[in-house]
Ligand binder design. Structure first.
Ligand code: SF4
Length: 337
Protein backbone atom coordinates (compact mmCIF):
# COMPACT_ATOMS: atom_id res chain seq x y z
CA UNK A 1 0.00 0.00 0.00
CA UNK A 2 1.35 3.52 -0.78
CA UNK A 3 2.20 5.66 2.29
CA UNK A 4 -0.62 7.84 3.60
CA UNK A 5 0.07 11.38 2.31
CA UNK A 6 -1.41 12.77 5.55
CA UNK A 7 0.36 10.37 7.91
CA UNK A 8 1.83 13.02 10.19
CA UNK A 9 -1.49 14.89 10.34
CA UNK A 10 -3.21 11.73 11.55
CA UNK A 11 -0.49 11.08 14.12
CA UNK A 12 -1.20 14.53 15.61
CA UNK A 13 -4.89 13.67 15.78
CA UNK A 14 -4.01 10.39 17.51
CA UNK A 15 -1.95 12.29 20.10
CA UNK A 16 1.30 10.62 18.98
CA UNK A 17 2.94 13.75 17.56
CA UNK A 18 2.89 17.44 18.32
CA UNK A 19 1.66 20.06 15.88
CA UNK A 20 4.67 21.77 14.32
CA UNK A 21 4.06 25.13 15.98
CA UNK A 22 4.35 23.48 19.41
CA UNK A 23 7.72 22.07 18.39
CA UNK A 24 8.74 25.56 17.21
CA UNK A 25 8.07 26.80 20.74
CA UNK A 26 10.60 24.31 22.10
CA UNK A 27 13.38 25.17 19.65
CA UNK A 28 15.41 27.93 21.28
CA UNK A 29 17.34 30.49 19.27
CA UNK A 30 20.39 32.35 20.43
CA UNK A 31 19.43 35.89 19.49
CA UNK A 32 17.87 38.95 21.07
CA UNK A 33 14.71 40.03 19.25
CA UNK A 34 15.86 43.67 19.14
CA UNK A 35 18.71 42.83 16.75
CA UNK A 36 18.74 44.08 13.13
CA UNK A 37 16.54 42.21 10.69
CA UNK A 38 19.38 40.61 8.76
CA UNK A 39 20.70 39.00 11.94
CA UNK A 40 17.23 37.75 12.79
CA UNK A 41 16.85 36.15 9.34
CA UNK A 42 20.27 34.51 9.68
CA UNK A 43 19.32 33.03 13.04
CA UNK A 44 15.99 31.92 11.63
CA UNK A 45 17.72 30.03 8.83
CA UNK A 46 20.18 28.43 11.25
CA UNK A 47 17.35 27.29 13.51
CA UNK A 48 15.38 25.83 10.59
CA UNK A 49 18.45 24.03 9.26
CA UNK A 50 19.70 22.67 12.54
CA UNK A 51 16.72 22.74 14.88
CA UNK A 52 19.25 23.42 17.61
CA UNK A 53 18.55 24.12 21.23
CA UNK A 54 20.17 26.63 23.55
CA UNK A 55 19.39 27.95 26.98
CA UNK A 56 17.93 31.12 25.46
CA UNK A 57 14.43 32.15 26.43
CA UNK A 58 13.65 33.06 22.81
CA UNK A 59 11.90 30.36 20.78
CA UNK A 60 11.85 29.82 17.05
CA UNK A 61 8.17 30.79 17.13
CA UNK A 62 9.07 34.06 18.92
CA UNK A 63 11.65 34.76 16.22
CA UNK A 64 9.19 34.03 13.40
CA UNK A 65 6.62 36.28 15.03
CA UNK A 66 9.14 39.14 15.34
CA UNK A 67 10.23 38.79 11.70
CA UNK A 68 6.62 38.69 10.49
CA UNK A 69 5.65 41.74 12.54
CA UNK A 70 8.62 43.73 11.23
CA UNK A 71 7.63 42.82 7.67
CA UNK A 72 4.54 45.00 8.14
CA UNK A 73 6.76 48.11 8.04
CA UNK A 74 7.62 47.39 4.40
CA UNK A 75 5.12 44.75 3.45
CA UNK A 76 6.31 41.90 1.24
CA UNK A 77 4.26 39.12 2.75
CA UNK A 78 2.95 38.25 -0.70
CA UNK A 79 4.51 38.57 -4.13
CA UNK A 80 2.75 41.86 -4.79
CA UNK A 81 5.56 43.27 -2.62
CA UNK A 82 3.72 46.55 -2.05
CA UNK A 83 6.39 47.87 0.34
CA UNK A 84 3.81 49.83 2.29
CA UNK A 85 4.09 50.56 5.98
CA UNK A 86 1.00 48.78 7.20
CA UNK A 87 1.83 49.36 10.87
CA UNK A 88 1.93 53.04 9.94
CA UNK A 89 -1.58 52.80 8.48
CA UNK A 90 -0.69 52.64 4.77
CA UNK A 91 -2.70 50.06 2.84
CA UNK A 92 -1.23 47.89 0.13
CA UNK A 93 -2.94 46.06 -2.71
CA UNK A 94 -4.89 43.74 -0.38
CA UNK A 95 -6.22 46.67 1.64
CA UNK A 96 -5.62 44.84 4.91
CA UNK A 97 -4.30 46.86 7.84
CA UNK A 98 -5.18 45.21 11.14
CA UNK A 99 -6.51 41.65 10.75
CA UNK A 100 -10.30 41.38 10.62
CA UNK A 101 -12.12 38.11 11.11
CA UNK A 102 -15.33 37.85 9.13
CA UNK A 103 -16.39 34.52 10.66
CA UNK A 104 -15.13 31.38 12.36
CA UNK A 105 -16.95 28.11 12.71
CA UNK A 106 -16.66 24.34 12.57
CA UNK A 107 -16.66 23.74 8.83
CA UNK A 108 -18.20 20.43 7.76
CA UNK A 109 -17.81 21.03 4.02
CA UNK A 110 -14.03 20.65 3.69
CA UNK A 111 -12.25 17.47 2.55
CA UNK A 112 -13.29 14.36 4.56
CA UNK A 113 -9.82 14.12 6.16
CA UNK A 114 -10.21 17.63 7.57
CA UNK A 115 -13.74 17.85 8.93
CA UNK A 116 -14.78 19.11 11.40
CA UNK A 117 -12.35 21.92 10.66
CA UNK A 118 -12.24 25.05 12.82
CA UNK A 119 -12.10 27.57 9.99
CA UNK A 120 -11.11 31.17 10.58
CA UNK A 121 -12.02 33.51 7.71
CA UNK A 122 -10.06 36.75 7.34
CA UNK A 123 -11.40 39.68 5.34
CA UNK A 124 -9.41 40.81 2.31
CA UNK A 125 -7.30 38.96 -0.26
CA UNK A 126 -4.08 39.26 -2.22
CA UNK A 127 -5.89 38.23 -5.43
CA UNK A 128 -8.73 39.89 -7.34
CA UNK A 129 -10.50 36.85 -8.82
CA UNK A 130 -13.39 38.02 -10.98
CA UNK A 131 -15.31 34.82 -10.15
CA UNK A 132 -14.54 34.82 -6.42
CA UNK A 133 -16.99 32.52 -4.64
CA UNK A 134 -16.23 34.36 -1.35
CA UNK A 135 -16.27 37.88 -2.81
CA UNK A 136 -18.28 39.30 0.10
CA UNK A 137 -15.25 38.52 2.32
CA UNK A 138 -12.34 38.90 -0.07
CA UNK A 139 -13.25 42.29 -1.50
CA UNK A 140 -14.03 43.96 1.83
CA UNK A 141 -10.87 44.09 3.95
CA UNK A 142 -12.52 46.58 6.29
CA UNK A 143 -15.38 44.16 7.13
CA UNK A 144 -15.43 41.79 10.10
CA UNK A 145 -14.18 42.15 13.66
CA UNK A 146 -10.76 42.94 15.02
CA UNK A 147 -9.70 40.61 17.82
CA UNK A 148 -6.76 40.17 20.13
CA UNK A 149 -4.58 37.12 19.37
CA UNK A 150 -5.28 35.85 22.90
CA UNK A 151 -9.04 35.93 22.21
CA UNK A 152 -8.63 33.84 19.08
CA UNK A 153 -6.34 31.47 21.00
CA UNK A 154 -9.12 30.91 23.56
CA UNK A 155 -11.63 30.38 20.72
CA UNK A 156 -9.38 27.66 19.32
CA UNK A 157 -8.99 26.00 22.71
CA UNK A 158 -12.78 25.91 23.10
CA UNK A 159 -12.82 23.59 20.07
CA UNK A 160 -10.66 20.93 21.75
CA UNK A 161 -12.33 17.66 22.82
CA UNK A 162 -14.14 18.10 26.12
CA UNK A 163 -14.09 21.91 26.00
CA UNK A 164 -17.13 24.18 25.98
CA UNK A 165 -17.94 24.46 22.26
CA UNK A 166 -16.81 20.93 21.54
CA UNK A 167 -19.27 19.45 24.03
CA UNK A 168 -22.17 21.26 22.36
CA UNK A 169 -20.99 20.59 18.83
CA UNK A 170 -18.14 18.37 17.69
CA UNK A 171 -14.51 18.96 18.46
CA UNK A 172 -12.20 20.34 15.77
CA UNK A 173 -9.63 18.22 13.97
CA UNK A 174 -7.57 21.23 12.98
CA UNK A 175 -7.37 25.00 12.70
CA UNK A 176 -7.95 26.15 9.13
CA UNK A 177 -6.61 29.65 8.29
CA UNK A 178 -8.35 31.11 5.23
CA UNK A 179 -9.95 34.24 3.75
CA UNK A 180 -9.92 35.81 1.24
CA UNK A 181 -6.40 34.69 1.83
CA UNK A 182 -4.56 34.37 5.14
CA UNK A 183 -1.20 35.67 3.85
CA UNK A 184 -1.81 39.33 4.76
CA UNK A 185 -2.47 38.18 8.33
CA UNK A 186 0.55 35.97 8.88
CA UNK A 187 1.98 38.09 11.77
CA UNK A 188 -1.35 37.88 13.61
CA UNK A 189 -1.62 34.12 13.08
CA UNK A 190 1.83 33.57 14.57
CA UNK A 191 0.84 35.70 17.56
CA UNK A 192 -2.27 33.55 18.06
CA UNK A 193 -0.13 30.42 18.03
CA UNK A 194 2.23 31.96 20.58
CA UNK A 195 -0.79 32.31 22.88
CA UNK A 196 -1.98 28.70 22.79
CA UNK A 197 -0.68 25.19 23.43
CA UNK A 198 -3.64 23.43 21.78
CA UNK A 199 -2.25 20.42 19.96
CA UNK A 200 -4.26 20.89 16.76
CA UNK A 201 -2.78 20.61 13.26
CA UNK A 202 -2.51 23.98 11.52
CA UNK A 203 -3.92 24.14 7.98
CA UNK A 204 -2.79 26.89 5.59
CA UNK A 205 -5.70 27.36 3.14
CA UNK A 206 -4.30 29.71 0.52
CA UNK A 207 -3.77 30.82 -3.06
CA UNK A 208 -0.02 30.29 -2.43
CA UNK A 209 1.05 33.70 -3.72
CA UNK A 210 3.41 34.21 -0.78
CA UNK A 211 7.02 35.37 -0.99
CA UNK A 212 9.78 32.89 -0.20
CA UNK A 213 10.38 34.71 3.10
CA UNK A 214 6.75 34.17 4.09
CA UNK A 215 6.99 30.52 3.07
CA UNK A 216 10.03 30.21 5.29
CA UNK A 217 8.08 31.72 8.20
CA UNK A 218 5.42 29.03 7.68
CA UNK A 219 8.10 26.32 7.67
CA UNK A 220 8.00 24.57 11.03
CA UNK A 221 4.53 25.98 11.80
CA UNK A 222 2.09 24.60 9.25
CA UNK A 223 1.16 20.92 9.26
CA UNK A 224 -1.05 20.76 6.17
CA UNK A 225 -1.01 23.09 3.17
CA UNK A 226 -4.50 23.18 1.63
CA UNK A 227 -3.64 24.92 -1.60
CA UNK A 228 -5.72 26.44 -4.34
CA UNK A 229 -3.96 25.76 -7.66
CA UNK A 230 -6.20 27.70 -10.02
CA UNK A 231 -4.44 28.21 -13.35
CA UNK A 232 -2.19 26.36 -15.76
CA UNK A 233 -0.70 29.47 -17.38
CA UNK A 234 0.12 33.12 -16.64
CA UNK A 235 -2.32 34.60 -19.15
CA UNK A 236 -5.46 33.23 -17.45
CA UNK A 237 -4.07 34.14 -13.98
CA UNK A 238 -3.49 37.73 -15.03
CA UNK A 239 -6.84 38.08 -16.78
CA UNK A 240 -9.03 36.47 -14.10
CA UNK A 241 -7.11 37.07 -10.83
CA UNK A 242 -4.82 39.99 -11.66
CA UNK A 243 -1.91 37.80 -10.52
CA UNK A 244 1.35 38.39 -12.44
CA UNK A 245 3.96 35.62 -12.75
CA UNK A 246 1.50 33.12 -11.36
CA UNK A 247 3.13 29.91 -12.55
CA UNK A 248 6.65 30.74 -11.34
CA UNK A 249 5.44 31.78 -7.89
CA UNK A 250 2.77 29.18 -7.27
CA UNK A 251 4.76 26.19 -8.54
CA UNK A 252 7.76 27.30 -6.43
CA UNK A 253 5.56 27.53 -3.35
CA UNK A 254 3.92 24.18 -3.97
CA UNK A 255 7.36 22.58 -4.05
CA UNK A 256 8.35 24.38 -0.83
CA UNK A 257 5.09 23.40 0.85
CA UNK A 258 5.69 19.75 0.06
CA UNK A 259 9.24 19.98 1.42
CA UNK A 260 7.93 21.49 4.64
CA UNK A 261 4.66 19.68 5.30
CA UNK A 262 1.80 17.57 4.02
CA UNK A 263 -0.59 18.78 1.35
CA UNK A 264 -3.99 18.65 -0.23
CA UNK A 265 -4.10 20.49 -3.55
CA UNK A 266 -7.45 21.86 -4.69
CA UNK A 267 -8.25 22.68 -8.27
CA UNK A 268 -11.57 24.34 -9.07
CA UNK A 269 -12.47 23.46 -12.65
CA UNK A 270 -13.46 26.62 -14.52
CA UNK A 271 -15.86 26.47 -17.50
CA UNK A 272 -13.96 26.66 -20.76
CA UNK A 273 -10.56 26.28 -19.03
CA UNK A 274 -9.97 22.53 -19.36
CA UNK A 275 -7.16 22.71 -21.89
CA UNK A 276 -5.48 25.92 -20.74
CA UNK A 277 -5.75 25.37 -16.97
CA UNK A 278 -7.14 22.07 -15.64
CA UNK A 279 -5.04 19.71 -17.73
CA UNK A 280 -1.73 21.58 -17.29
CA UNK A 281 -2.34 21.89 -13.51
CA UNK A 282 -3.03 18.18 -13.16
CA UNK A 283 -0.07 17.33 -15.37
CA UNK A 284 2.24 19.54 -13.28
CA UNK A 285 1.09 17.83 -10.09
CA UNK A 286 1.60 14.41 -11.66
CA UNK A 287 5.12 15.30 -12.76
CA UNK A 288 6.22 17.15 -9.62
CA UNK A 289 4.17 16.19 -6.55
CA UNK A 290 2.95 12.65 -6.97
CA UNK A 291 2.55 11.88 -3.28
CA UNK A 292 -0.10 14.46 -2.39
CA UNK A 293 -3.87 14.37 -2.19
CA UNK A 294 -5.71 16.22 -4.98
CA UNK A 295 -9.26 17.54 -4.89
CA UNK A 296 -10.69 18.25 -8.34
CA UNK A 297 -13.65 20.51 -7.58
CA UNK A 298 -16.73 20.82 -9.74
CA UNK A 299 -18.84 23.27 -7.76
CA UNK A 300 -18.08 26.37 -9.82
CA UNK A 301 -20.94 28.88 -10.06
CA UNK A 302 -20.65 32.26 -11.77
CA UNK A 303 -20.29 34.77 -8.92
CA UNK A 304 -19.04 38.31 -8.33
CA UNK A 305 -18.05 39.71 -11.78
CA UNK A 306 -17.98 36.39 -13.70
CA UNK A 307 -20.87 37.47 -15.89
CA UNK A 308 -18.53 39.97 -17.58
CA UNK A 309 -16.29 37.13 -18.83
CA UNK A 310 -17.96 35.04 -21.52
CA UNK A 311 -16.56 31.58 -20.88
CA UNK A 312 -17.01 31.66 -17.08
CA UNK A 313 -20.43 33.35 -17.09
CA UNK A 314 -22.16 29.95 -16.84
CA UNK A 315 -22.00 26.98 -14.43
CA UNK A 316 -19.61 24.14 -15.19
CA UNK A 317 -21.07 21.43 -17.45
CA UNK A 318 -21.17 17.88 -16.12
CA UNK A 319 -19.24 16.78 -19.22
CA UNK A 320 -16.43 19.23 -18.37
CA UNK A 321 -16.21 17.98 -14.80
CA UNK A 322 -16.15 14.37 -15.98
CA UNK A 323 -13.33 15.15 -18.39
CA UNK A 324 -11.37 16.81 -15.60
CA UNK A 325 -11.81 13.77 -13.35
CA UNK A 326 -10.84 11.40 -16.17
CA UNK A 327 -7.70 13.45 -16.76
CA UNK A 328 -6.78 13.22 -13.07
CA UNK A 329 -7.37 9.46 -13.17
CA UNK A 330 -5.27 9.13 -16.33
CA UNK A 331 -2.44 10.83 -14.45
CA UNK A 332 -3.05 8.38 -11.60
CA UNK A 333 -3.43 11.17 -9.03
CA UNK A 334 -4.47 10.37 -5.46
CA UNK A 335 -7.90 12.02 -5.40
CA UNK A 336 -9.77 12.94 -2.23
CA UNK A 337 -13.04 11.06 -1.63
S1 SF4 B 1 0.06 41.29 1.92
FE1 SF4 B 1 -1.11 43.04 1.08
S2 SF4 B 1 0.15 44.86 1.53
FE2 SF4 B 1 1.46 43.04 1.80
S3 SF4 B 1 2.51 42.75 -0.15
FE3 SF4 B 1 0.65 41.47 -0.22
S4 SF4 B 1 -0.97 42.76 -1.12
FE4 SF4 B 1 0.73 44.12 -0.53
Amino acid sequence: MPPNPLQRYHSILDGETEARFLQAKKIKVNVRLNRDIQTLWEEHKKALDAGYGTTSSVSLLDLKSELASRSLDDCALCERRCGTNRRGGVKGHCGVLEPRISSSFLHMGEEPELVPSYTIFFSGCTFNCVFCQNWDISTKPEAGATMEPETVARMIEAMLPGKSCATIMKSAKNVNWVGGDPTSNLPFILNVLKATDANLPQVWNSNMYLTEDSMSLLDGIIDVYLTDFKYGNDRCALRLSNAPEYMRIVTRNHRLARQNGEMIIRHLVLPGHLNCCTKPVLQWIAENLRDVKVNVMGQYRPAHRAKDYDEISRPLKLSEFKEALETAEDFDLDLTD
